[in-house]
Design a protein around this ligand. Sequence first.
Ligand code: HEC
Ligand code: HEC
Ligand code: HEC
Ligand code: HEC
Length: 519
Amino acid sequence: MRAFVLAVLMGALLSGCRRQEPRPQEGASPAPQATSPSAPGAVLFISADTRGYLGPCGCSENMRGGIGRAAFQVQEARKGGQPVLYVDGGNSLFGETHLKPDQVPQEERKAKALADALRTMGLAVRATGELDDTRGADFRRSLGLPEVASGGVKLLDAGARKVAVVAAANAEALVQASQQARAQGADFVVGLLDQPLEAAQAAAALPGLAANLVVATHSAGEFSAEENRLVRSDVPVVAVQSKGRSLLRVDLTYAPAKGPFVLQRSQGDVDREVAALEQRITLLDKEINLPGVDPKLKGLKQGKRDELAARKQGLLTAPPAPATDVNGFALRFLPLESNLASAKDTQALVTAYDKDVGQLNLAWAKEHGQDCPLPAKGQAGFVGSAACADCHAEATTVWQGSKHHHAWETLEAVGKQHHLNCIGCHVTGWQQPGGVCRLDKVAGREDVGCESCHGPGSKHVEAPSPETLVGKPGQAVCVTCHNPENSPHFDFATYLPRILGPGHGRPEKSGQAGEPPAK
Ligand code: HEC
Ligand code: HEC
Ligand code: HEC
Ligand code: HEC
């Protein structure tokens, strides 16, 4: 719900960008313009705020993201005749600034995999932020990636023009660095600001800023960059959807004579069609992810969804019209949709990481793992779902028929039951007294058990009464796991009936309004 409100809000903010427009006719999509591959220009790809993500968790259908998909986009563009530069804005290697000891092996391994992936993508340069230095600046430097220091300028060849990438931690430093870039002969200047969108907007309004584009590379929090955002101010400002879910593509087109670059606005029709397709895809995603949706219907909708996504992709990757008498640049976000291909070499790095990390984590747990702390005096601890079955047979049967009952199997099926960034929501009592605190001791706490919702049960088991447990868990407990990233279509009213049944919060002869058909 919150995400929806935000999206609507953004629509109002981005005048002209996300305006509701009548849906174009089916099949009206313009064929990609035929430009000669050697039309003068260059393509820049920019990623930022990746927050230690190699890919999405697969918790919902059609999740965006994946470094392999990003690499494929860059690889494809390199097949054209134009120079292609890939730039990373930073805050990409880690998801947090502080790690617990058990996370260190996994997160260092992941940062290395990300660094290797950026290299296979032919990274030209990257900026760094606090989410690159979680393991210290020495660790970051040991990865050997090309970097532009904060306050610095990196000049890159882009065919007949020079592109500068400048990085800064604050607006004043960005202004200075952008002016230095011009003094060094840059024709097009990309400003990477290690700040959220709002700060980048303020920077873009400063007199003296000599950048053509400002990229906000550090969103304020884990869920504060769920969407791509473009503000068409005099100096356009962008924030790319976090966690590697989208790329920014900048197409530069060169006129015969050098001169200032102008943001191309002639893309209006394409932008509108892309926005309309996006709306239809979002609606389909909601239907596809509806708990208990009929598999056949789901398959049909998925087919339609993939078709629309492919059409959108075609529009997004078609080259813009070549410049005639002005130097132009076009900005497009490339959402890394689930139906897009991955680059084989990059994806192999992800597969190798997936394979290693479970073993690494398990070995660490066996050697250094600590059991869970005891409950504080007077507090309850977790005891596991088996302890509830005798007295709550009916509720147990209902639970066993729900997806929560096999949440652990779900991880085993993809070989990720020992990944620290998966286990937390797929077991009962993660890092709680009586719960799961080490990967080599999960037995009895697999799955999303009774206590995941009703709270730790040791006191209730000793003295059964409605007072010793949470009787009616509400939405607040669901969204600790059903968050905007892992369960973007979560809606309490639709999801709740799917976990209830006779003896579990629903009378024997049920007939609740809004209840989905039993399946
Ligand atoms: C401890 C984390 C956690 C909590 C708390 C939690 N869930 Fe879940 N939920 C999951 C996981 C993980 C899955 C997927 C399980 C699987 O299929 O492997 C899931 C799946 C579901 C599904 C099935 C969705 C589908 O696509 O069919 C429903 C419905 C659901 N949860 C409802 C709820 C409701 C309602 C609450 C709160 C009252 C809640 N959950 C609380 C983790 C949680
Ligand atoms: C923040 C909590 C959370 C984390 C962390 C998490 N999951 Fe999930 N997972 C969920 C929830 C909630 C669902 C159910 C989503 C829904 O149906 O809306 C789910 C569902 C799934 C499903 C789909 C199950 C089905 O029935 O189709 C898979 C597969 C899955 N998760 C794998 C993973 C993997 C792999 C990781 C680690 C990379 C992971 N999850 C990390 C909460 C989480
Ligand atoms: C020894 C039997 C026994 C065991 C074991 C037991 N319960 Fe209960 N439970 C009860 C009784 C008795 C009640 C009170 C019923 C009443 O007063 O309506 C109750 C009530 C509840 C309620 C309803 C609270 C409310 O507000 O209405 C929930 C939820 C619950 N138990 C969950 C659990 C869970 C989860 C476990 C396992 C951790 C568990 N119970 C283990 C006997 C047991
Ligand atoms: C995903 C969250 C979730 C899980 C897991 C879960 N419950 Fe519940 N349970 C609820 C909710 C929500 C209600 C209240 C439903 C209502 O009355 O609106 C409830 C109600 C109950 C009640 C009261 C039943 C009634 O009809 O008044 C009992 C008893 C209970 N649960 C026991 C269990 C036991 C035992 C398990 C494990 C076998 C379990 N629950 C697993 C969310 C959960």
